[in-house]
Design a protein around this ligand. Structure first.
Ligand SMILES: [Zn+2]
Length: 456
């Protein structure tokens, strides 16, 4: 199925607007994006259909503008970007003479494509009509609800995953880490469907899969099934709240780590628990990695709300250990009860990645699929309205690939970089983040996977 066909594009734009209409605290930017993206489509629209081509009139960031020591803006210029066989082959001054087929970027800013590092492509209502989640009080409540819903979701999961991939591409993401339920109801069928959906998009989207024991690794007795999932090619071993769901912190984490060690695979665990259970779980994971150095650099904690409950020296010590054992954090940039120490983690060199988590499913109805929106929320929550802070906020959406380094020197794109990028209707990355500016076109390894550009 081609997700870049105009029919599907209309479908996800209209679905996006429905989501915005449902209303979220920060939906203004998203709503603006969806409408503006539609309005921006050129009338002589075309998609790049060559492997060696020019993108003309591309806006690139060149440096920060400073007044005295204060960064007040971003200087940009227009360039013609030559793409060949998936890479940026050369960056020319605008107006170069060339016989290569060419498309017009119309002065839009070129930014690195974003990455959705925590999403559940395997279970979603996306693509059907509006449906709000039911009231609930706990993760266990949600698991009970999910047991009722899964029999209807699993048969539809392949086609819906492909629709979600189309949504992500329309928002500038071409890479994702997707969790996939391994539970007594889905068994391994959800994984099979997700693998098929990803396989259909091998040329235009990169996704890794976390085998996720959503109903509890011990609680739902799925350790054997998790091992089957690893044999089937899942890339990460997942886990879930070892105290609140499994009721046995050390035993649950030991079971997760033993699968990871046996299959030599990295880990990505959902940890919603706070103080004291969540903090204890993180400490136990750090100890396990210290005792098993082959796990160093191979653990991601998703959510990690426990970190938001620590302060002062206790927080500093924890961040230091996370850095030492090379943990990474995946976050939805949560709004509300917990303010996460995301700036402190980034400043210490602990990788912080953003993710949508859910888009219109029985857990949350608030997802838009936009990582620019996550960068925007990050900038709002952590007091970053100035040009420099906004430009840095983009890093949580791009794995810290940014056009300018902190000194304002141009560092992306360079010749030989992968042509995995997006054109955004903004004048610079700071504006793109502040306004959740519309993505005009998305490219994955040189292939245009979303949007329309005028052929020159
Ligand atoms: Zn999740």
């Amino acid at each position: 199925m081609s997700i870049s066909s105009s029919g599907n594009r209309r479908e996800f734009l209209s679905a996006g607007m429905k989501l915005a209409a449902a209303g979220t605290l920060l939906s203004a930017g998203f709503s603006r994006s969806a409408n503006a993206a539609e309005a921006c489509a050129p009338s002589h629209a075309a998609q790049v259909d060559a492997t060696h081509y020019l993108l003309r009139n591309v806006r690139l960031e060149e440096a920060f503008i400073r007044k005295a020591d204060v960064i007040t803006g971003t200087r940009t210029g227009l360039y013609d970007i030559e793409v060949n066989a998936g890479d940026i082959a050369a960056i020319h001054s605008a107006g170069i003479s060339s016989n290569l087929p060419a498309w017009d970027a119309a002065g839009h800013i070129l930014l690195p494509a974003t990455r959705d590092m925590h999403i559940h492509l395997d279970k979603t209502f996306y693509g059907e009509g509006w449906r709000a989640p039911l009231p609930r009080h706990s993760v266990i409540d949600m698991i009970h609800q999910e047991e009722q819903i899964l029999p209807e979701l699993v048969p539809m999961s392949e086609i819906r995953a492909e629709k979600l991939i189309g949504l992500l591409q329309s928002k500038g993401s071409t890479t994702a880490r997707s969790h996939c339920n391994i539970d007594p109801i889905s068994k391994l069928q959800g994984l099979e469907h997700l693998q098929q959906a990803i396989e259909h998009h091998r040329a235009d989207f990169s996704a890794e899969i976390v085998a996720f024991p959503q109903h509890g690794l011990l609680r739902s007795h799925v350790e054997g099934m998790m091992r089957e999932a690893m044999k089937m090619g899942a890339n990460y071993v997942g886990g879930l709240d070892p105290t609140n769901v499994d009721g046995a912190m050390e035993k649950s984490l030991d079971a997760m780590f033993s699968i990871a060690l046996d299959f030599a695979k990295p880990i990505d665990i959902h940890l919603h628990e706070t103080e004291p259970h969540g903090v204890a779980a993180i400490r136990y994971m750090l100890k396990t990695v210290r005792d098993n150095p082959q796990l160093k650099g191979k653990v991601t904690i998703s959510h990690a709300f426990a970190l938001g409950t620590l302060q002062g020296k206790e927080l500093d010590a924890m961040i230091e250990q996370l850095k030492e054992q090379q943990f990474s954090i995946a976050t939805t940039v949560p709004i509300g009860r917990v303010i996460m120490p995301l700036p402190q983690l980034r400043a210490a060199g602990v990788p912080v990645w953003s993710g949508t988590d859910t888009i219109a499913d029985h857990w949350q109805p608030f997802g838009s699929g936009s990582m620019l929106e996550k960068a925007n929320v990050y900038a709002q929550l952590y007091r970053g309205p100035d040009e420099f802070s906004l430009s840095r906020a983009l890093g949580i959406a791009t794995n810290e690939v940014l056009p300018l380094n902190p000194q304002g020197e141009q560092q992306w794109p360079k010749a030989q970089d992968k042509a995995t990028m997006m054109l955004v209707n903004a004048s610079c990355s700071a504006e793109a983040v502040a306004h959740v500016a519309p993505v005009v076109a998305t490219f994955h390894n040189g292939k245009q996977v979303f949007g329309s550009l005028s052929k020159l």
